[in-house]
Design a binder for this molecule. Structure first.
Ligand code: DAH
Length: 369
């Protein structure tokens, strides 16, 4: 085996390794040179036929060649792996500076939208959001609100009472009391708030309410917004100013006519219902000056008995409350004709009447619509 012969072999293997374009091709080069039947291995086996110094010299040369070839193959392997990683990173890279996809899929339900809008309007006036449990008892839902046991308003509310076995969900004090029910309005949160914080109070209560009633204009579950303001000198003028401002902001009609019509609620005295001006057109209802009125909420000055029931001295404090149906005001603002469709979970309806999630309603940025 001549030195020329070894040089030729070295060149052949190292060129082949350098030319290999994949780990598999490189491995064939390795097997062809250093594997069991590889060219270098075969030559090593042949050393036995040589004798003495010749074997020693040839052995050293072959070992050197073997190490050199192994090193070249390792280096090529590392280079191929680097290149593969670079190629993968290039295809997997994302451009985080791109704008979000315009065709965002989800839509905000009109009830959530109306809630965000109403909360942002009253939030601007200094109200905070309060919540209470859906499962209530008789006392919070009726008695404390000056609706005594035999009062006809209890029948009007078509209450869902819970059977004794269903009361597991009720929290703490409700559990063992008679008359556990699904709240028929958000007004009990007035009571809970007045019991737990001292005036001044300004809260807005969005929430689910339930009545055993189902037809074109009633669903067993619906939503309300309740408001409560208690302070030392809060009066009817504040109530009017606050609610007129709300109507203008919510319906986004600057001069919408607002009318306070005397009414009756057991928990307020005096009580009123609020109507806004509108015109009935061929396409539906147009909010604003017109020859017709639409009722949108109930309100009044909190009854002294209600204050007293919560441990607030009616000689010292007074205030106003209001309540409105969330579906109703959303239907009026957004021209949604049928209440029941709110609860159909029909994706086509949601795509049509729903709102883009990133357009968060605010008084400064626009309420939406
Ligand atoms: N709770 C009443 C209902 O569900 C709505 C209501 C009217 C709430 C007048 C009030 C109010 O706070 O003052 O029919």
């Amino acid at each position: 085996m001549s030195a020329n012969d070894l040089d030729a072999l070295r060149k052949e293997i190292i060129d082949a390794a350098a030319a290999a374009q994949s780990p598999q091709a490189l491995d064939s080069v390795r097997v062809g040179a250093l594997g069991k039947k590889g060219k270098i291995t075969e030559r090593m086996k042949g050393l036995g036929k040589l004798d003495g110094d010749a074997r020693k010299a040839a052995g050293q040369a072959l070992n050197a060649l073997k190490n050199e070839v192994a090193g070249a193959i390792e280096a090529r392997k590392a280079a191929l792996e680097d290149a593969a990683l670079d190629a993968r990173l290039a295809t997997e890279s994302i451009d985080i500076s791109l704008p979000i996809r315009a065709e965002a899929q989800g839509r905000v339900h009109p009830i959530s939208q109306a809630t965000d809008e109403v909360v942002s309007i009253f939030g601007e006036m200094g109200f905070t959001v309060a919540e209470g449990p859906d499962i209530e008892n008789d006392w919070y839902n009726f008695t404390a609100l000056n609706i005594p046991p035999e009062h006809p308003a209890r029948q009007m509310h078509d209450t869902f009472y819970l059977a004794a076995d269903d009361r597991e969900g009720a929290g703490g004090e409700e559990k063992d009391q008679p008359g556990v029910l699904l709240r028929t309005h958000t007004s009990p949160v007035q009571i809970r708030t007045m019991q737990s914080v001292s005036p001044p109070i300004r809260i807005l209560v969005p929430g689910r309410t339930y009545r055993c009633d189902s037809d074109m204009t009633h669903t067993p579950m619906f939503h309300q917004f309740e408001g409560l303001v208690i302070d030392r000198s809060t009066h009817m003028g504040h109530l009017k100013g606050c609610l007129i401002e709300f109507c203008r902001a919510y319906f986004e009609v600057e001069d919408v006519p607002v009318r306070f019509r005397p009414s009756h609620f057991p928990f307020t005295e005096p009580s009123a219902e609020v109507d806004i001006g509108c015109t009935h057109t061929r396409d539906g209802i147009e909010i604003g000056a017109g020859d017709d009125w639409l009722e949108i909420l109930g309100c009044g000055m909190v009854h002294p008995k209600v204050l007293a029931n919560c441990g607030i001295d009616p000689e010292e404090f007074q205030g106003f409350a209001f309540g409105m149906g969330a579906e109703r005001i959303a239907m009026l603002k957004y021209g949604i004709p049928d209440l029941r469709t709110f609860f159909d979970s029909d994706l086509r309806w949601l795509r049509h009447y729903g709102f883009v999630p990133l357009e968060i309603p605010s008084l400064t940025g626009g309420l939406g619509g």
